[in-house]
Each structure stands twice: as structure tokens, then as C-alpha cells.
Design a protein around this ligand. Structure first.
Ligand code: AMP
Ligand code: MN
Ligand code: MN
Ligand code: MN
Length: 270
């Protein structure tokens, strides 16, 4: 079983890289990629554990990019984590995260929720803050019923505590991934609320930059979604990726080891 999309507590996952790999192993995963948001700091620990357990490990990352007015996630698979270009680009992304987190904290404080930022920071420990940490804090403090409520009420685009970031451009992110020896994949292509036309434009721009794959299976897709993505792979000559996007038992109900197979006409990217 293969899983090419997962998160550790180096971004917004709950498990340490080592525990994540152990969990994946228990779930029967034979080939695993760790793909934390805008960081590769957990990769070595995960790789060491995977090799101890005799698993195949793929160094990965999930880069946030700005494309037109949208934030898109690009997964890099098989990257070289000692690549200076990649390291520098991710450092810039993380600095922007830090600044955004402070601004989100201020916005929440203006709403009278000044305890959220300190708790989010505590929950993140050494990791840079993601909106997931804010959602966790909002739920723990009783300001939101659950994750989805925390995003809907405060954190989503258009809501009061949403703070915009100009992430790396799509083209730069794809080029950085490729230069470091990796392959670029559009993560969860149906989760961006793009019209069919816009999604096709995204794919065209992505391919022009050198991107090769789209994530056909992300957590538990519907039959309809699988069919749509399979068609895009065929029509645009794209390779396919699959992953649980596991974040930890406490974050959502996604488990590892239960992924749907890639549809017949899809070719696995790695
Ligand atoms: P960030 O990269 O800090 O903006 O945070 C994005 C992360 O927040 C995503 O990777 C998801 O894990 C999580 N997320 C985004 N939207 C939602 C949502 N509506 N419900 C639950 N989690 C979400
Ligand atoms: Mn996440
Ligand atoms: Mn994502
Ligand atoms: Mn992810």
C-alpha cells in the first residue's frame, strides 16, 4: 500500500515524524511520503524510522502557492532536502507564516478572543503556526464547536480572522521542486472551488512550469471525483498521485491504510 501525502507535528499534524511512520507501518503502508506544509524539517527523522522498519520513504513537502486569486497546494515528491534553493524558499514561506500568525492573533484579540493565539502557539510547540493550530485552540477554548465550525466562523477566506499571504507563485514552486530533483503534483485538485474552466487553466499553467502529476486520491474521494480526475489525467497527460492527507486522529477522521486504488487509466507518479 502506498501513501504519498501525510503530515507530522512539524506542520499541522499531531504525531511526531517517528510516530507517524510507525503508525503508517502498522497500517500496512510500504511506501510513504511525508509532505508537511512548507517545511522539510521532519523528513530526516521520518526517513530514519522508515528505513529501520524496512519501508520505502519518499522525501516530500506540500508548498502553499498563490495562483491568480487562489491558494493552491503543490506537493513535491522525491525532493533533495539539502537543496539550498528549496531551503531558502521554504524559509521565506515560514517567515510569512509567522507574520500571518501574529496578524491572525491580533484580529482574534480584537474580537475579544485574546487567549487563542497563546494557546495556538503552545499547541504548535516548535512548528510554525498553521490555521489548523488556531482551529484547535478555538475548539479547545469553546469558541468553536469543531474544526469545520472554526474555519467557517473565523479562519476561512472572507471571515474576520483570515489574513492573506502572497505565497510563492505556482511557477516558482514547481520549478524549485523540479530543480531539487522532485516531481510536482497538484494536491486535492477539487478542493479549491475552481470552476471547470479555471481548473483546466491551472493545469495548463502547472504543466507549462514543468508539473507532472495531480492527486487523484486524497483521503476518501467520491466515485464521481475519481472519475473526473481520471479523465483529467488522460486529457492532459498527467501522472497520478494518491495519499491520505493524514493529520492525526484528533484532526479529522482520515486513517491511513484504507485508500482507494487509482482508477484504471491513471499511471502512478512515483
Ligand atoms: P494554512 O496553510 O495555515 O493556511 O492552513 C491550511 C490547513 O488548514 C489545511 O492544510 C488543512 O489542514 C486545514 N484546513 C483548511 N480548511 C479547512 C476546513 N474547512 N476544515 C478543516 N481544516 C481545514
Ligand atoms: Mn494541513
Ligand atoms: Mn493541502
Ligand atoms: Mn496536506
Amino acid at each position: 500500500m502506498i501513501d504519498l501525502h501525510s503530515h507530522s507535528n512539524h506542520s499541522d499534524g499531531s504525531l511526531t515524524p517517528q510516530d507517524l511512520v510507525r503508525y503508517a507501518h502498522q497500517c500496512g503502508i510500504k511506501r510513504l511520503a511525508l509532505t508537511d506544509h512548507d517545511t522539510i524539517s521532519g523528513v530526516l527523522e521520518a526517513q530514519n524510522e522508515a528505513h529501520k522498519l524496512g519501508m520505502e520513504f519518499i522525501c516530500g513537502v506540500e508548498i502553499s502557492v498563490s495562483w491568480k486569486k487562489h491558494v493552491i497546494h503543490i506537493v513535491g515528491l522525491g525532493i533533495d532536502i539539502s537543496d539550498q534553493n528549496l531551503i531558502e524558499a521554504l524559509d521565506i514561506q515560514q517567515n510569512m507564516r509567522e507574520e500571518r500568525a501574529i496578524a491572525i492573533g491580533e484580529e482574534l484579540a480584537n474580537m475579544g478572543l485574546d487567549t487563542v493565539y497563546p494557546l495556538a502557539k503552545e499547541l504548535a510547540k516548535d512548528a510554525y503556526l498553521t490555521r489548523t493550530h488556531f482551529a484547535k485552540a478555538l475548539v479547545k477554548l469553546g469558541f468553536a464547536k469543531n474544526f469545520s465550525d472554526a474555519f467557517k466562523t473565523y479562519l476561512k477566506r472572507g471571515k474576520r480572522a483570515y489574513v492573506h499571504i502572497d505565497w510563492l507563485s505556482l511557477t516558482s514552486a514547481v520549478e524549485i521542486i523540479i530543480k531539487s530533483g522532485g516531481k510536482a503534483v497538484i494536491a486535492h485538485p477539487l478542493r479549491y472551488d475552481l470552476t471547470k474552466t479555471k481548473l483546466k487553466e491551472l493545469i495548463v499553467d502547472f504543466k507549462l512550469a514543468g508539473g507532472e502529476g495531480i492527486e487523484v486520491v486524497n483521503s476518501f474521494p467520491s466515485v464521481g471525483a475519481l472519475r473526473r480526475l481520471e479523465t483529467l489525467c488522460v486529457d492532459y497527460d498527467l501522472l497520478a498521485s494518491l495519499g491520505s492527507d493524514y493529520h492525526g486522529h484528533d484532526v479529522n477522521r482520515v486513517r491511513m491504510g484504507a485508500l482507494a486504488q487509482l482508477p484504471e487509466k491513471c499511471k502512478l507518479i512515483i
